[in-house]
Design a protein around this ligand. Structure first.
Ligand SMILES: NC(=O)c1ccc[n+]([C@@H]2O[C@H](COP(=O)([O-])OP(=O)(O)OC[C@H]3O[C@@H](n4cnc5c(N)ncnc54)[C@H](O)[C@@H]3O)[C@@H](O)[C@H]2O)c1
Length: 441
């Protein structure tokens, strides 16, 4: 195996990345940037066309990097999975959503594994990066690879290494976010550590793929539970007539034993609302109820209703009282968090649906997300398109509702023109506290 190790460190190997989305494209460009020959495998032909043309479709990946790496021949994309046999290392970055009954849907992992198995050959390093429940690598991927007749840790080398990327984060990227690796055998771990050490400053081995899977779920369950706690504190603060943001700001002055989390209109994105459900499901299968996860999920998933209630409160209490039915509302921001274009699982969707169901007429403004599909049927408008950013026109709405605090929003101008402002993200900061036209979460 010393030859494979030395070929990894001398950049002689070809790296395959399966799934070129928010996780896969940054990973593929990082490997290509480090000098590897990288092939990205996708089922979405449009993404492959974009990549081959040297264009980026993920905001965190600069178009100039993609153009440079494609034209130098380090990076290419394909829908031809037979090329997997030319890859010495393969990282799997396919989606892991929830099914209709909110159970894990690992069908994309199974499908990607089947494609690998079809073209598997001796000497390949396989790394699953998709977030999943503890046991997936050992119980699902490993047997499928072994069924192809190769011996784990001798012919083929399987590890799990969770992706920890934080889209839109200007400080932490692939390079400076430490990477966890857990291999099926010590040699599997060693090879995956060598591979990722080429693109990540610090790689931390753990004892098994299952431990690595659990690390990722601990991280995101920790966030979901703490956000659940602070969302409940926001409800408590409102009942006590306090500004939750002031309380958190003061509490975080404690240099030890406190870490600030912030309330909001609800969880969003592909990770925090979903990953704890993977853990919860796994434990349900073992007859154990993950109570913290369930409670946090209950509180977090009801936050959009809290927002709708605060809008009703603003219409009631600010200026001439107005019923929700027939009011014109403008939602600012529909991405699940600031300065990104991803609106998957965004709380903006249940907020808008909640407002529409109470009879309001809703527009939204988000330069990052020109179009959303509420996918709800009935007489709900779909798709919806972002209205242009026009601060003066905000005075034509009965209320403006901040759901995502993109940095391009000029809070002074919003405050100047909004007749009523519901601020779920503390966009207005201390100015909003006690302001006669502002209701804060
Ligand atoms: N987005 C994040 O912030 C983030 C962060 C950490 C971990 N993750 C995890 O990483 C994984 C991927 O997430 P993402 O946000 O990149 O998803 P994504 O939907 O942006 O990208 C996944 C890509 O995989 C492609 N795909 C699906 N099946 C395929 C197959 N069989 N072969 C090839 N391509 C296939 C899809 O077309 C899509 O382009 C998930 O498990 C997610 O939980 C995501």
């Amino acid at each position: 195996m010393s030859t494979l190790l030395s070929r990894i460190s001398s950049r002689e190997i070809t790296v395959g990345v399966i799934g070129l989305g928010y996780v896969g494209l940054p990973l593929a460009t990082a490997f290509a940037d480090a000098g590897y020959h990288v092939i990205g495998f996708e089922i979405d032909e449009q993404k492959v066309r974009e990549l081959k043309a040297g264009r980026s479709y993920i905001p965190d990946v600069p178009a100039t990097d993609v153009a440079r790496l494609v034209s130098s021949g380090h990076l290419t994309g394909t829908t031809d999975f037979s090329l997997l046999s030319s890859c010495d290392a393969i990282s799997v970055c396919v989606p892991t959503p929830l099914g209709k009954s909110r159970d894990p849907d690992i069908s994309y992992i199974v499908e990607a594994t089947n494609r690998i198995v079809k073209h598997l050959r001796s000497g390949q390093v396989i790394v699953l990066e998709s977030t999943t429940y503890p046991g997936t690598t050992i119980e699902v991927v490993k047997p499928a690879l072994e069924a192809a007749g190769l011996t784990m840790g001798i012919d083929v080398f399987l590890s799990f290494s969770p992706e920890r990327i934080d889209p839109g984060n200007p400080v932490y990227n692939v390079r400076n976010t430490p990477k966890i690796v857990g291999g099926v055998t010590p040699l599997c771990t060693e090879l995956a550590v060598a591979l990722y050490s080429a693109i990540v400053d610090r790689v931390l081995p753990v004892s098994s793929p299952t431990a690595a899977e659990m690390v990722k779920l601990l991280e995101n369950t920790f966030r979901a539970v703490n956000i659940g706690l602070v969302n409940e504190v926001a409800i408590i603060a409102e009942k006590l007539g306090l500004d939750v943001w002031e309380i958190i700001e003061a509490a975080k002055s404690k240099p030890f034993g406190f870490m600030p989390f912030y309330p909001g209109p609800g969880l969003g994105g592909h990770c925090i609302p979903i990953d704890p459900q993977y853990l919860s499901w796994k434990l349900r299968m073992m007859n154990y109820r993950t109570r913290f996860i369930e409670l946090a999920d209950d509180i977090n998933s009801h936050m959009p209703e809290q927002v709708v209630d605060r809008v009703a409160m603003a219409l009631n209490n600010i200026g001439e009282p107005k019923p929700m039915r027939g009011t014109k509302l403008l939602v600012l921001g529909v991405a699940y968090k600031r300065d990104i274009d991803d609106w998957r699982e965004s709380p903006a969707i249940p907020v808008i649906l909640g407002l529409l169901s109470r009879g309001a007429v809703v527009d939204y403004q988000d330069d990052f997300v020109p179009k959303i599909d509420l996918a709800h049927g009935g007489d709900v408008p779909q798709p919806m398109y972002s209205v242009p950013l026009d601060y003066a026109a905000m005075s034509r709405y009965d209320a403006v509702v901040v759901v995502t605090d993109h940095q391009y929003f000029n809070v002074g101008l919003v405050l100047e023109h909004a007749r009523r402002l519901v601020d779920t993200r503390n966009l207005t900061g201390t100015i909003g506290r006690g302001h006669p036209r502002v209701v804060k979460l």
